[in-house]
Design a binder for this molecule. Structure first.
Ligand code: SF4
Length: 389
């Protein structure tokens, strides 16, 4: 392969925010606003200390133009490398093997995988006026007509209070296909305690509006959020709220608390008590059992212990409960083995424990941690989970 070094204008950039949902790992990330306009939830550290800012339509459109220019540069690079304008594996290796900036790398990977999905950042793109957001979406589709899916995070309260079904339809027609909402819980006292700034009825109103507008809806639920005191109410009321929405997707994202989160202090003071891994699984069991919504349950966050918990509700509920019961029927030692193996990346699913080589590998790690790690196996598991955030 000829060495053409870093062909192209590598100083072209566009702004990229800090996070995206796991399902958007290979999407083009386009920053519409900076940080979170609410920023008060006790269990969230991502935007703490950072001021919320709206980006102007002009600024975002310039970013889209820059992404387009990068895509053009990459296609030219591909021709020079003999790949005929395709972002082939060879072109991708070339880009990642040379000092191209992160925007070039993101676009290269995105185009290599088809360039069909875009995620709008940061925490709540729906704070923009519907017309402004529609203008951005239209420009995005003009520049990248191959895009099939455009998704974003949004807050239920913003949608319940400031968006009509017509506004949402306008956005759908302009290209918005899916919204990810952090429902977290459907129980009002817990929403209040966690300073989520939304009520269960606003969650229902927002969810129903999105469904009526024909936009795909993904609702995030946070197992563990009720702690030892409120786990039951949390499970039951969350299912009750979702039963009134029937979103396309219900996604689990288990609570994990870091010192940077305000909830940490409540734990330290003894006001909030975290559930054990097993207790969280029991809570999920009650939640799944209580679901009557027509929806698709997904457990695609690395913090979830049972990542294989995926299926259509209500049809596949027995299968899902079967997976949960399988874990719950393990002996205490086997449960600890699975928790450690899953967090250490040795296991993906319960079946993996059947593999004796892997099982023994985890047992060995367990013994080593018991002997040498100051916090023992539990402490080590916490550290591993911390690294996932
Ligand atoms: S609304 Fe979302 S991003 Fe904002 S503080 Fe709450 S959890 Fe974090």
């Amino acid at each position: 392969m000829q060495d053409i070094s870093c062909f192209g204008m590598q100083d072209i950039r566009f702004e990229i925010g800090p996070i995206r949902p796991p399902s958007e790992a290979y999407s083009l990330l386009l920053r519409i606003t900076r940080n979170c306009p609410w920023n008060k939830c006790l269990f969230c550290h991502i935007y703490k200390g950072r001021r919320f800012e709206r980006r102007s339509v002009k600024e975002v459109k310039e970013d889209i133009d820059n992404a387009y220019r990068i895509a053009q540069q990459l296609r030219e690079l591909s021709w020079r490398l003999g790949a005929g304008g395709e972002i082939s594996r060879e072109v991708l290796h070339y880009v990642f093997g040379h000092p191209y900036n992160e925007c070039f790398r993101m676009i290269a990977l995105w185009l290599h995988l088809g360039g069909r999905t875009v995620f709008l950042q940061d925490a709540n793109s729906l704070v923009l006026k519907a017309q402004d957001l529609a203008e951005i979406l239209t420009h995005l589709k003009e520049r990248f007509p191959q895009v099939e899916r455009i998704t974003s995070y949004a807050r239920s309260r913003t949608i319940a209070r400031t968006k009509t079904v017509e506004d949402l339809k306008l956005l759908r027609e302009a290209g918005l296909t899916r919204l990810h909402l952090g429902l977290e819980t459907g129980w009002d006292p817990l929403l209040d305690y966690m300073r989520k700034g939304v009520t269960a009825s606003q969650h229902i109103e927002a969810g129903r509006k999105i469904m009526e507008a024909g936009i795909e809806l993904s609702e995030y639920v946070m197992p563990g959020l009720g702690g030892r005191r409120w786990w039951r109410e949390h499970a039951l009321k969350t299912a009750e709220v979702l039963n009134q929405i029937s979103p396309h997707f219900i996604r689990l994202r288990t609570l994990m608390v870091l010192p940077q989160m305000p909830l940490w202090e409540r734990i330290r003071e003894g006001e909030f008590e975290l559930e054990s891994e097993e207790e969280v699984v029991r809570e999920i069991r009650l939640f799944v059992e209580s679901l009557e919504a027509e929806s698709y349950l997904v457990s695609d966050h690395i913090l979830n212990l049972l990542g294989e918990l995926e299926g259509k509700i209500p049809e596949e509920k027995p299968k899902l409960l079967g997976i949960i019961d399988r874990f719950l029927s393990l002996s205490p030692d086997e449960k600890l083995n699975f928790c450690l193996g899953r967090r250490a990346g040795v296991y993906e699913r319960l079946d993996d424990m059947e593999d004796l080589v892997r099982f023994n590998q985890v047992e060995e790690l367990k013994r080593k941690l018991e002997r040498e790690y100051p916090g023992g196996v539990e402490g080590a598991i916490f550290r591993m989970k911390e690294a996932f955030l």
